[in-house]
Ligand binder design. Structure first.
Ligand SMILES: [Zn+2]
Ligand SMILES: [Zn+2]
Length: 442
């Protein structure tokens, strides 16, 4: 996906040499960025908290507080630590350079610099880091890059992060509009979770290279979790082997739900035309071992037999709960819910599954106000989802399954609300919104 409209990007310049600051501000503003200025470290830190810039251009030699100290404080405050920082300095000492990077700076720019050098580093930042990462070591790749991912570290990549129906348009550009699909992998290992419209992009990549034995795990067979299957290129290619796993207990069995989409009334090509070896398996055991990953699951609270998954590999864990109405109907204060509350009883098994996971990719679809009108629709309010994060003691949260009516700006406000609530609940974990093509290590 594109990285969205430039005008949404905020840059803060912390620089005491005012004419230089004005010049940089002018250059960047002409390229569509919203640019703020601060003359010293204290003011810079205050403005960072208020304005939440995506990128900070930070002068090393500031009056009062040293630039290195400003950097350290930016990176240790949960509100500002995801902002990128480019350290600007007239000094070319290697220890300065190394320390800035160690403290989390994105890069160091040596003064005086040409405007091309400034644009290069700013563009590189926004191209590489479209949104705040979960961990300190983010890697982002374009969704349709030709090269298969080669890494010896486990990663996840979101291919579709929308619930209900795909959406498109400029107002969705930053989060993307494809429905649920997640890739989990390392080198040759690969698991796919859900087959929403995001599956198409992943299929195009896999058709060009990478593993040929594919495991596709399905949380449930609502449209937004299976509609990408007819457009999954590897299914049509001989040489691919595809095993599709889903819980038993649907109205139609797993195979019928999938192949029904290829009925002549709905689609020009039929299941019989698919040339890959395709097998359907019900999740009859509570845990299974796939590609060195231990997969376990529990039912979530959602219409139809819907499951949430946990994946454990090399001492790390990631859980995926796309559709779950936690604390069904509860609209009271999140402070009033404890592990022993009646509302929690229904969810105990799921909470146990999620207990202490390193990453939860999980839903929080409605604002509290929306939830008032949507009790029983199968999705959580922001505040109930925050309670889940607290009770399950998860270690980081990537919010997914965005409502199709929620445009980027609305989602930004919703994420801020989530952060405020977590802070009130004293849950000190990183939380970001998933978007199509988000990739991070587990
Ligand atoms: Zn869904
Ligand atoms: Zn659903």
């Amino acid at each position: 996906m594109s990285h969205g409209a430039r005008q949404a990007r905020r840059i803060l310049i912390i620089e005491d040499a005012t004419p230089v600051a004005f010049l940089i501000q002018d250059l960047l503003a002409r390229r569509g960025y919203i640019v703020e200025l601060a003359e010293d470290g204290e003011t810079g830190l205050e403005k960072s908290l208020q304005e939440k810039p995506d990128l900070v251009l930070l002068d090393l030699m500031l009056p009062g507080m040293h630039g290195m100290e400003v950097l350290r404080r930016l990176k240790s405050n949960p509100v500002t630590r995801n902002a990128g920082v480019v350290m600007c300095t007239a000094r070319t000492y290697k220890p300065d350079h190394d320390q800035a990077l160690e403290l989390g700076a994105f890069d160091v720019l040596h003064k005086p610099f040409e405007k091309e050098a400034l644009f290069e580093v700013v563009d590189r930042f926004f191209d590489k880091v479209p949104r705040a990462p979960v961990s300190q070591t983010p890697v982002f790749e374009e969704p349709l890059s030709d090269a298969p991912v080669r890494t010896d570290r486990w990663f996840f990549r979101c291919w579709g992060t929308r619930g209900s129906i795909p959406v498109s348009g400029a107002e969705y550009a930053r989060h993307g509009g494809n429905t649920s699909c997640l890739e989990i992998g390392r080198e040759e290992e690969l698991l796919i979770v859900d087959a929403g419209s995001g599956l198409r992009g992943l299929g195009l990549k896999l058709a060009k290279g990478g593993p040929r034995k594919l495991h596709l795990l399905i949380t449930h067979t609502h449209w937004d979790h299976i509609q990408g299957f007819p457009f999954f290129e590897p299914a049509y290619l001989p040489g691919f082997e595809l095993v599709i796993y889903g819980a038993a207990g649907f109205g139609a069995d797993l195979k019928s739900a999938f192949t029904g989409q290829l009925n002549r009334d709905y689609f020009p090509v039929q299941f019989e035309d698919m040339r890959a070896r395709i097998e359907f398996r019900h999740l009859d055991q509570q845990t299974l071992e796939l590609e060195g990953i231990r997969v376990s699951w529990e039912y979530t609270h959602h219409p139809s037999a819907t499951v949430g998954f946990k994946f454990e590999m090399d001492g790390k864990s990631l859980a995926y709960v796309s559709d779950n109405e936690f604390l069904h109907g509860y609209q009271g204060s999140p402070h009033d819910i404890s592990e022993s509350s009646d509302h929690v009883v229904l969810h105990r098994r799921l909470l146990n599954l999620l207990r202490g996971v390193d990453v939860l990719i999980g839903e929080s679809q409605y604002t509290e106000e929306e939830y008032r009108r949507k009790v029983g629709w199968g999705h959580s309010s922001v505040s109930n989802a925050c309670v889940l994060a607290r009770l399950a003691e998860i270690r980081s949260w990537v919010v997914t399954h965005h409502d199709p009516s929620h445009v980027d700006e609305f989602l930004d406000r919703k994420l801020n609300r989530t952060k405020d609530l977590l802070r009130e609940l004293q849950v000190g974990i990183p939380v970001v919104h998933a978007y199509d093509s988000l990739m991070d290590y587990i």
